[in-house]
Design a binder for this molecule. Structure first.
Ligand code: KIV
Length: 308
């Protein structure tokens, strides 16, 4: 873990042992559902881990929910390294996986390994996630041979959204489903430790889950995967954009809470009802003459909560 960690302050994770790929695999074998949540910063990582998430994913969905972009394509390796370093520092027990962003694992094995190394070395991630099937097997094999746990990602792969033609459910027809199943088997054979299935039909997700010995992690892929992943902001409705996604369950309306709280602060400042006396610091009366030219101008001195 990078230097200067404050992870020991994450009381919610106290008593839990660090998550590993071996444990994730045995969770599948035992039928114990795996929980994955995206995290991008210190509080989101702390809160998700304290709430019990076993895997934190520094997803390139940060392009959407943190940077406010339509797609994930503008997310760079520097962005991912930056956010991963923060999440890794906040996390004590969760298994931190970082997305390799668009076009960072298609330039040959050496370039891929250099990018993977940054995410692991500088970001402190324990594993990386790559989107795609048979076409990315050389990159998967290279990362796995370097000792880096790789999470696959099949189905709707947002980095290829323009090639796919939109955010649509994948594998509805038998030929497409058979190809996805074959890709899943190849990724497992190449050494992936887990596989995200995004927006595939329940039937296909169940078939892939049944055939693989590594865990499948679904998003919009029905209840029969070995685990589920959701985007932090989606779970919390954190922001002002509408949440029309069928596959998302929102568990809170944090956006409304935050907006109301900030509106109350704005109102208080406008009405001069914040700050109050209890939020205010004062000088000793004897120190006032130079400041007020001899008198204190009727300014109150002293008060509770005074600090030196
Ligand atoms: O970027 C991301 O958050 C993801 C998940 C939605 C699986 O890839």
């Amino acid at each position: 873990m990078p230097e200067g960690t404050r992870a020991e302050t994450n009381a919610g994770a106290a008593g839990r042992k660090p998550m590993t790929t071996t444990k994730l695999r045995s969770m599948k074998a035992k039928g114990d559902p795996i929980t994955v949540v995206t995290a991008y910063d210190y509080p989101s990582a702390q809160l998700a881990e304290a709430a019990g998430a076993e895997v934190l994913l520094v997803g390139d969905s940060l392009g959407n929910v943190v940077q406010g972009r339509e797609t994930t394509l503008s997310v760079t390796l520097d962005h991912i390294v930056y956010h991963t370093e923060i999440v890794s520092r906040a996390s004590k027990t969760a298994f931190v996986v970082a997305d390799l962003p668009f076009a960072t694992y298609h330039g040959g094995v050496d370039a891929t390994l250099a990018n993977v190394a940054r995410v692991i070395r500088e970001g402190g991630a324990k594993g990386v996630k790559l989107e795609g099937g048979r076409e990315i097997l050389p990159a998967v094999t290279a990362a796995v041979s370097a000792g880096v746990p790789v999470m696959g990602h099949l189905g709707l792969t947002p980095q290829s959204v323009h090639a796919i033609g939109g955010y649509k459910v994948q594998g509805k027809q038998s030929a497409a489903a058979a190809k996805l199943l074959d890709d899943a088997l190849r990724l497992e054979e190449a050494g992936a430790f887990a596989l995200v299935l995004e927006l595939v039909t329940d039937e296909l997700a169940a078939a892939i889950t049944e055939r693989l010995s590594i865990p499948t992690i679904g998003i919009g892929s029905g209840p029969r995967c070995d685990g589920q992943v959701l985007v932090f902001h989606d779970i919390l409705q954190y922001g002002l954009d509408p949440w029309p996604k069928k596959f998302v369950k929102t568990y809170a309306n944090v956006g409304a809470v935050v907006k109301d709280a900030i509106a109350a602060y704005v109102r208080d400042v406008k009405q001069r009802s914040f700050p109050e006396e209890r939020h205010t610091f004062h000088m000793e009366e004897s120190e006032l003459p130079p400041v007020y030219g001899g008198g204190n101008g009727g300014v109150r001195t002293g008060g509770e909560g005074e600090e030196s």
